[in-house]
Design a protein around this ligand. Structure first.
Ligand SMILES: [Zn+2]
Length: 145
């Protein structure tokens, strides 16, 4: 399914996260819900709320798509978070880059008690094509009458 909309929110739990090496669940404060104290493996993801004007869905973007879209790598994120001593710096960066921007996402949509959720396989931020429109206008003006 393809959805075109605007990023209206970046949910908590986006950015640099840590996963349990055994079960892949989110590790919070060094603890897995199932395995207790574990050595969390770093990962990147985005949970973006995309509104297409009719409805909103939560688009879940994995590490590869996050790296591509935001222009940061997991290694850079880790370094920056370490330097700032704040993992949320990555979430801030994602917000700066994506909030309020038009986006096109493609993936499988499921619905649960929280609403619609898409596991994104392709995503693209759309910038308004001012240049394209200007060129089209120019071509129109230059066209023989
Ligand atoms: Zn675990």
């Amino acid at each position: 399914m393809l959805v075109r909309g605007v990023v209206v929110d970046i949910k908590k739990g986006s950015g640099l996260i840590f996963r349990c090496p055994q079960c892949n669940r989110l590790v919070q404060k060094g603890l897995c819900r199932i395995h207790g104290k574990v050595d969390g493996q770093p990962d990147l993801r985005i949970k973006a709320v995309v509104d297409d004007g009719m409805a909103a869905l939560t688009a879940v973007l994995n590490k590869d798509i996050t790296e591509m879209l935001v222009g940061i790598t997991l290694a850079e994120s880790l370094r920056e978070a370490k330097e700032a001593m704040n993992p949320e710096i990555v979430e801030e960066k994602i917000k700066d880059r994506m909030l309020g921007k038009p986006i096109e996402v493609r993936g499988n949509v499921t619905s649960d008690e929280y609403g619609l959720m898409m596991i994104v396989t392709e995503a693209e931020l759309k910038v308004p094509e001012v240049r394209g429109e200007a060129a089209a206008l120019l071509a129109e003006l230059e066209a023989p009458q």
